[in-house]
Design a protein around this ligand. Structure first.
Ligand SMILES: [Zn+2]
Ligand SMILES: [Zn+2]
Length: 378
């Protein structure tokens, strides 16, 4: 089955700009989306085709390669060598690697690889892990399930069908490089067919399509240290995707984010909580309890005459400091609620209270109103 031209798939001209490619893609993706066409395998195939075309054309580097080499830019082996494609769309994450290889070399960059240009390193993976503040407080081992590519056991990662050999690449005659004349210039670049190896497998491994790796979910246990902060990145070396045909694996990065907490706000190792208290408690003093992250409770003492916004510090009731024995503090900010919807009797009592108010009971406001009075008289 020959592949349709990507521009044709999207119904765009070859010189279409990014915006028109995007809008064409959106329209078609909506039309063929599996949610809208349940059980329609033709729509599903179209949807995949549209996605593959857009995936390539939206990336300027891939688009340039496609314009230059067509589908061959993305195929190893290609029809020419009798291989039937080989890379299904599930291997798209490896594309960028192949590209860097072709273009890195072509543009003089390269990764300094020698001889083994086709044994590409696997991609790095990113895993987003959301934990609660309680989990950060305690620290723990979390089991994660990572969809990734693992080394193919059938061919032992080589990509070649067990028992088969190799032959010289017909495109480059074994040089690993091809020359193309462009006007007065001759450009030499890595052979896009064998990717610089100079040789091709006689037969690719049927279980992995010649990639030397397969899609699989891997279960991994990740240690979350006590006191970990929001936005921390944990690197697990060599736990990313397996390399292509025995290339080195990539790394896995766990991005840890912490869910907002209902009561506590965190700043480094310190915790902050705002607690509303009644005006009378603020005036008369009292105490109440707050839950702490270790599952216990802590007593908060309210001093008589507490003012709005005043903080009570609970030493050592904050977060553990990463890899140390220290802990931060918990600050409880007291917000004072003014009574509302007073009954007649309550009103009478407060009015009586006002008559008894002196300079000592309200020194701040009393002093301020005296200052205002002097300003009016001046
Ligand atoms: Zn295999
Ligand atoms: Zn070649």
């Amino acid at each position: 089955m020959s592949k349709r031209d990507f521009y044709e798939v999207l119904g765009c001209q070859r010189q279409a700009d990014e915006a028109s490619l995007k809008s064409a893609y959106r329209k078609l993706a909506m039309q063929f989306h599996p949610d809208r066409n349940p059980g329609n395998s033709e729509a599903e195939a179209k949807f995949k085709e549209v996605n593959e075309a857009y995936d390539t054309l939206k990336d300027p580097q891939k688009r340039a390669a496609y314009d230059r080499f067509g589908h061959a830019a993305f195929e190893n082996g290609g029809g020419r060598n009798g291989f039937n494609g080989g890379f299904g769309p599930e291997f798209t994450s490896s594309m960028s690697d192949i590209f860097e290889d072709i273009f890195g070399d072509f543009m003089g960059g390269g990764r300094g690889r020698q001889g083994g240009a086709s044994r590409l390193r696997g991609s790095d993976l990113r895993y987003n892990l959301e934990i609660t503040l309680e989990e950060s407080f305690l620290g723990q081992t979390v089991e994660i399930d990572v969809p990734t590519l693992v080394s193919c056991t059938t061919c032992d990662g080589s990509g070649a069908k067990p028992g088969t050999g190799t032959h010289t690449c017909r495109q480059c005659g074994g040089h690993g490089k091809v020359r193309a004349a462009q006007g007065f210039f001759t450009i030499e670049r890595t052979c896009p067919v064998c990717q610089g190896r100079g040789e091709m497998m006689d037969e690719p491994c049927t279980d992995c399509g010649g990639q030397g790796r397969r899609q699989q979910n891997r279960k991994l246990a990740v240690d979350i240290p006590s006191g970990i902060e929001d936005g921390t990145r944990i690197r697990l070396a060599n736990e990313g995707e397996a390399g292509i045909r025995g290339g080195p694996p990539g790394d896995l990065y766990i991005f840890v984010s912490i869910k907002p907490h209902d009561l506590f706000h965190r700043d480094g190792a310190d915790l902050y909580a705002r607690v509303p208290i009644a005006m009378t408690t603020a005036a008369l003093g009292g105490e109440f309890e707050v839950p702490t992250l270790d599952g216990a409770r802590a007593k908060v003492k309210v001093a008589p005459g507490t003012q709005p916004g005043q903080r009570v510090r609970l030493k050592g009731k904050g977060m553990p400091v990463l890899r140390s024995k220290e802990t931060g503090d918990l600050y409880v900010q007291l917000d004072i609620e003014t009574p509302q919807n007073l009954s007649k009797r309550q009103r009478e009592l407060l009015e009586e209270f006002v008559r008894l108010t002196t300079e000592e009971t309200n020194p701040t406001s009393d002093g301020f109103f005296h200052k205002l009075k002097r300003m009016f008289e001046a």
